[in-house]
Design a protein around this ligand. Structure first.
Ligand code: MN
Length: 383
């Protein structure tokens, strides 16, 4: 629970920790490989460089969609002799034993807004979970906005406001932070749109998502590009607008176009093949690129589906199938629905946020999983 005391205590501990970083200290990052993880960590890297004139000694991101500190990371962090290890948009409380392992040789500063599973704050770990810092639902406080807000009192990063907007739009929180996004769009002379994703900054969200879908190794290169183009002394509105334009005109744009085509095709397919029960709409798609999550998000934000549950089952032709659930009005909790549907099924995992969650399960369990989703959805709608 957020209390003002708790919040103030964490903020002042954060400020002391950042100010306490010395010239000889080595900094390491582990960030999620999605737009919120990329944007939040780029903001922090630039903030630290402006404060301490320091570059990172290590930067890691998961290529397997695992949002924890993984076993293999521990040795890498130790080998790089990291003193301050930062994590972004990762729910490290899913594997607390690895947090303890890193604490043996490094301080940890963790920014995240995934479901709160455990309070990891300790002498060595500063656990900046949005739930402790936001008086409303913590999951609606994306890491990019959290990091921007925490660093802003320490150093001028007002030219990075648009990167914060990109991260939060990617996490479908435009409505929650409408004033901030709208004023940022206005500042750089961009048009406001009904949906954040349709704005100019939303186009950058699509670009980043396309990269992660096309080839996860592009994340490293794009992150460096974003850092270099924004770690800039020219912070006037014209210069910053130029950075935004350059991002959209970069070579990364081609990936956006290819993915967009795939997304649009499968959105149309899903809409024409919905299986419905009450306000639950499901469809199964078989895309070549990993667009399942984008397809479900896109459909769920259509005005006619805003008060519906959209579940897209995705068959990539492998042993494991996945499901992407969206419920933008939060009337049914997607993370709970999937967690329950996975119970007792071999190798099945499910979870995420209330409006947006995912699950993976074995091909042999597809019919059973689907049956459970329909039954659970009816039960959970009545609550
Ligand atoms: Mn996020």
């Amino acid at each position: 629970m957020t209390t003002d005391n708790r919040k103030d205590e964490l903020i002042s501990r954060f400020q002391e920790t950042i100010k306490g970083i010395k010239e000889t200290d080595r900094i390491g990052f582990l960030h999620d490989a999605d737009a919120d993880g990329i944007c939040s960590s780029v903001i922090a890297a630039i903030a630290l460089e402006r404060l301490h004139h320091k570059k990172l000694s290590l930067r890691l991101f998961p290529t397997n969609r695992q949002v924890i500190i993984q076993d293999k990371h521990i040795q890498e962090i130790s080998d790089a002799k990291i003193d301050y290890f930062f994590t972004f948009d990762l729910s490290i409380d899913q594997k607390p034993e690895n947090v303890k392992n890193v604490e043996a040789f490094s301080q940890i500063i963790s920014f995240d807004h995934h479901q709160l599973l455990a309070d990891l704050n300790s002498e060595k770990t500063l656990f900046l979970k949005a739930h402790f810092l936001y008086h409303k639902d913590g999951s609606r406080y994306p890491t990019s906005k959290l990091v921007y807000d925490l660093f802003s009192p320490l150093v001028d990063i007002s030219d990075l406001d648009w990167i914060s907007c990109v991260g939060l739009i990617a996490d479908a929180q435009y409505n929650e932070w409408k004033e901030f996004v709208d004023s940022t769009l206005r500042k750089y002379h961009y048009e406001l749109k009904e949906q954040g994703i349709d704005s100019k900054l939303g186009e950058i969200v699509s670009l980043i998502t396309a990269l992660t879908i096309s080839d996860i190794s592009l994340v490293r290169e794009f992150w460096d590009f974003l850092l270099d183009s924004n770690n800039n002394e020219n912070r006037d509105i014209r210069s910053v607008r130029k950075r935004i334009e350059e991002t959209l005109q970069s070579k990364y744009f081609q990936y956006k176009e290819a993915v967009q085509k795939e997304v649009n095709g499968w959105c149309d397919f899903a809409k024409n093949n919905f299986e419905k029960k009450e306000d639950l709409y499901t469809a199964t798609i078989r895309p070549k690129l990993g667009v399942g999550s984008v397809v479900s998000t896109k459909i769920s934000f259509l005005p006619e589906h805003f008060h519906h549950t959209i579940i897209i089952f995705v068959d990539y032709g492998t042993d494991m199938l996945s499901a992407n659930g969206r419920r933008q009005d939060c009337a049914v909790k997607m993370n709970e629905l999937f967690a329950q549907a996975c119970k007792g099924l071999e190798n099945a995992t499910g979870g995420g946020h209330i409006p947006a969650a995912g699950a993976k399960f074995m091909r042999k369990d597809f019919e059973e999983f689907k049956k459970r989703v329909f039954t659970l959805h009816t039960e959970m709608s009545k609550k």
